[in-house]
Design a protein around this ligand. Structure first.
Ligand code: HEC
Length: 93
């Protein structure tokens, strides 16, 4: 586990491209149970999405992270926000 943390930290430090790759992995690790298995990829772009801008997205990710007690650093949370935004939402920052 410590090794994983170390690796994540190095990835965050090294580059934006890696941060995105990391966001994808973190998301697969902690979020997929609810958002991709029971629903599917389209969950994030469903018609009645409550998210309308980048602020909403950050707030919702933050909610899910804290409500479900996922132990992430702010950097990790941010890389998942970036990942979801690049892949699905395409909100302007
Ligand atoms: C235990 C189940 C669960 C887990 C784990 C979970 N979520 Fe959620 N998430 C939900 C539910 C339920 C909603 C719908 C909330 C609503 O619409 O009121 C939601 C909504 C969202 C939305 C908004 C979707 C939209 O467009 O309306 C985002 C983004 C999101 N979650 C991100 C995440 C991220 C990132 C993680 C991983 C840290 C995560 N969630 C983990 C249950 C979960």
């Amino acid at each position: 586990m410590n090794q994983l943390l170390l690796i994540s930290t190095m990835l965050i430090a090294s580059s934006v491209a890696f941060a995105n790759e990391e966001g994808k992995e973190l998301h697969e690790e902690s979020c997929i149970t609810c958002h991709m298995v029971e629903h599917d990829d389209d969950f994030y772009t469903r018609d009645n999405s409550r998210l309308h801008n980048h602020f909403d997205l950050r707030r919702q990710v933050s909610n899910c992270v804290s409500v479900f007690s996922i132990d992430w650093f702010p950097d990790e949370e941010k890389s998942v926000v970036d990942h979801l935004n690049n892949e699905h939402y395409k909100f302007k920052k």
